[in-house]
Structures are given as C-alpha cells and as structure tokens.
Design a protein around this ligand. Sequence first.
Ligand code: SAH
Length: 249
Amino acid sequence: MAYATVTRLYSDQPLGGGISVPLDDAQTHYLRNVLRLGAGARIALFNGADGEWWAEIENLRKNGGAARPVEQRRKPRAEPDLWLVFAPLKRARIDYLVEKATELGVSALLPVITERTIVERLNLDRLRAHAREAAEQTERLTLPEIRDPMPLGALLADWPADRRLLACVESGAAPPVAEQLAREQPGKWAALVGPEGGFADSELDAIGKLPFVCAVSLGPRVLRADTAAISALSLLQAFLGDWRAGRGA
Ligand code: SAH
C-alpha cells in the first residue's frame, strides 16, 4: 500500500494483536465522515509504546468506534533525545513552531517565561493537539512531551548536567553555529531561542556563564523566533542527530 493512502492515528490505548482498541469521538468522526471509511478498512495506529500496528476498523458509530490491530507495522523506536526551549509566541507562530519541531524530531518542548516574553495564556491542549497531528503526519512513533511553562531562570538553575544547550543569541560576538557544532559530540541536546523581543542583557550574561551552554549565532540577519528554532533544530539534527542517517527503514 502506498504511503499516501495510509491513515495513521495516535491512540492512547495499548496496542497488540487480538484486542479491540476503542476510537474516540474525534477519530471516529474523521474516519467515518471525512474519510468515509467503514468496517473492514485498514488504518495504522501508534501509541508511543507499542510501535505501529495495522488495524482493521471494527465499527464506527455516532458515539465512538473500535479497531482491531492485526499486524505490527513498525517496532517501537524512540525519537532522538532533543529538547526545544522557547518563549511562548503569538498563536499562529506557536502553532507553527510546535508542528515543525514535532516534524524535526524533538522529544520535548519546554516553554519558558523570559523577561521580555509577552505572556498570553498558553493553551497546552491546543499545542498538544497540533503535536499529535504532526506526529501522525510525519510517521513518528511517539508524541513529543509538552511541558508546563516555567521561568527561564528556574529551568536553567535546575538544568540536567548531562545535557548540552545550544543557545541562539542574536546579539554580541557569539561564534557561527556550524563552526561550533562541528566540534561538539552527539548526545543529549536542547536548543534555546528567545522571545520576539530578544533576551535581556542580564539573561544573556547568565546564559553565557553556564557550563552546559554552547552559545551560537545563526548568521547576520535577525530571525523571527520560530525561524531561529527551526534552524537550530535542523542544524542539531544534521550535525549531531538522526539526520546523519538517511530515511532508512
Ligand atoms: N528583538 C530582537 C530579536 C529577537 S529574535 C532584536 O531585535 O534584537 C528572537 C530570538 O531568535 C532571539 O532571542 C534568538 O534566540 C533567536 N535569533 C534570532 N536571530 C538570531 C541570529 N541571527 N542568531 C542567533 N539567534 C537568533
């Protein structure tokens, strides 16, 4: 079956041969009314733990449905251990950022409040729905975790010692990103981008002093925060992450 015709859905239920997996209202509506599928049609289900399963639709009713996993399509596989730390952005940009970061393989998204963050109420449910849709579309086997927002200072004070932080700083004399990444080792990484207003000087000073930080420039232009985040994640994946392998099996 060609990939384009595979319908992949995330399920929060256990997956395995011979069990019946309930489909929620939204999934049932989508399969029945949007795709016009019925009993016996084949879809793929993944749940972040049991890999991906071919499943046959058992029924699609007005109040929910069910599918039966018949064969494992792919074995479980973890995403790279890659975090994105970012200041919340306006709605359209943050939605876009969550979608792109999911496609780029982040394992966790950590919103942080910085001095110049314009805090709008962050709708984590909406962001998680975007992440789920992007994971379904991009053939991931897991959803990225989306953490509750916290102050940047508190996050950095409690930072895990074994994780490097690629800090994107738009001002000052930070060295070019490719030069820096060429010297670094793969492992646990995170990217950090500031808010649209940039980091405050005091924040830049504090970031620059941390032992786990690798501060870099993304070139001569001032990028929007969403562009900076996508660039940083792409570079991390290309230099140190799973872009070093092809698309593979
Ligand atoms: N308002 C700021 C720009 C902020 S851009 C100003 O006018 O100076 C938002 C964030 O994107 C920054 O905090 C930084 O993390 C990242 N960024 C943007 N352009 C960058 C560049 N050329 N190099 C490194 N980081 C950059």
